[in-house]
Design a protein around this ligand. Structure first.
Ligand SMILES: C[S@@+](CC[C@H](N)C(=O)[O-])C[C@H]1O[C@@H](n2cnc3c(N)ncnc32)[C@H](O)[C@@H]1O
Length: 193
């Protein structure tokens, strides 16, 4: 794969305490809503695997996918047990070619990824197709503010979950992240296939 705009962040990603704290908070929320023991999990847009690492302790298997080869290199360097990495963009074609994507997943997580997708709705449809019946999809993103320069709005996410026909979906803002620039809310959305 060619160079990716996220590659430059890979080396220092794990040493950012906000990144670790975001993953801790997201993971705590996941455990509140899902039993991950012995489950198969797809970590979509896994980056260097800060969340993958936490998931791998209890899951049966985690498939961690990210288009940034540098991010995936850092994750591979961790040699996490029960983790299989894929350095590529997720597509219909990749699903057909990649054996690790041939079995459906109990849970799919996307932590701070969906706001960066060129076509969120299309990707959500593809991700849903990778879930087992009754499987769970969960995402966390910055809640878009009035300037809407980053993150996703509740309306965008709600409409997408509706269009994709997720059942029992719920949106909430379960935690905040603080920085010198202020407080940013994190939007969580969870739905079932
Ligand atoms: C803010 S980072 C989050 C990484 C990781 N999930 C975490 O919690 O630390 C965003 C990630 O989304 C990935 N990404 C960007 N565009 C993507 C796409 N089209 N499909 C999948 N992942 C993408 C980037 O490579 C990057 O690793």
């Amino acid at each position: 794969m060619g160079k990716n705009e996220w590659d430059e962040y890979a080396e220092d990603w794990d040493s950012n305490s906000d990144v670790q704290s975001y993953a801790d908070k997201a993971y705590a929320q996941l455990l509140k809503h899902c039993d991950i023991d012995g489950k198969t999990i797809l970590d979509f847009g896994c980056g260097t695997g800060v969340l993958t690492n936490r998931l791998s302790e209890k899951a049966q298997r985690v498939v961690a996918i990210d288009p940034s080869t540098k991010m995936i290199e850092v994750l591979k360097g961790k040699s996490l047990p029960r983790v299989f990495t894929i350095s590529n963009y997720l597509s219909e074609r990749l699903i057909n070619e990649q054996p690790e994507l041939s079995n459906k997943f109990d849970i799919i997580v996307a932590s701070s990824v969906c706001a960066f997708l060129p076509n969120y709705l299309e990707m959500l449809t593809l991700l849903k197709s990778l879930l087992k019946t009754n499987g769970t999809f969960i995402q966390w993103d910055w809640l878009a503010g009035n300037d809407s320069s980053m993150g996703l709005s509740e309306n965008t996410v709600q409409q997408a979950f509706k269009r994709c026909q997720f059942s029992d979906y719920q949106l909430s803002t379960p935690f905040d992240m603080n920085s010198p620039k202020g407080t940013t809310r994190v939007l969580m959305a969870i739905g079932k296939n």
